[in-house]
Design a protein around this ligand. Sequence first.
Ligand SMILES: [Zn+2]
Length: 271
Amino acid sequence: MIDVLTNYEIQIRLIIYLVILVIMMFWEQLSPRRTPAISRFIHYSNNIFLLIFNNVIMRIFFPAVTIGISYLSSEAEWGLLNMIDLPSWIEIILAIIILDIIIYMQHVIFHRVPILWRFHMVHHTDPEYDMTTGSRFHPIEILLSLGIKTISIMVFGIPVIAVVLFEIILSSSAMFNHGNIHLPKKLDAVIRWFIVTPDMHRIHHSQDHIEFNQNFGFFLSCWDRIFRTYQESPSIDHRHMLIGLPEYADPRDIVWLSGMLMLPFRKRQTQ
Ligand SMILES: [Zn+2]
């Protein structure tokens, strides 16, 4: 299974991404949580072009870095999980939990450190909130994230299978929890005890300065509860709450791909 996952990693990830994309596209069309203010086609296409741009850049300059480092760590017996003897399924679950808490902490740090916020704000300037928002990140943030992930794999000895599974889990859950989809309230309440739901993470995209420093989780919902950054519901209801950053309103900066790429380098704004 490890060989299949690593040899066909790109193909497997692409197929899973496309399947979830189609499911979410229909779901957002049939049962939207909010009424989109800008053309769905323009919004989808610009955000997806940014995702494609990021993936092409990473594949050209840093192909399979995380998988390579994971193999190297395993061979050299680097990292915590390579030093202790555990059944492989426990090791995989532990590795996924470790990677998820690191993503949570990384997200908090990207909000707290001004220079990092300038790149992360590309994600937050999205005036809409739908499945494509989940993959809307500036290439520099993707690059920094790759560096953090690579160090984490070495320090914790994350096995290859967990590296690939976590990438699939993270991109799938980001599409789901950024979805402009309606989930029945009771179902949402049950799911969010385990994983982040759209109604939980949407609060993080509020224009309210307190709310956008809450609900940082991307997959497991427990970290926000443990570290007291959890907010159950927004101050204005989900249908009417304001999304994005009020200081950025020009569609050329926040909707179009070229604007998103240049945004961190424009005149300094305060968080
Ligand atoms: Zn954020």
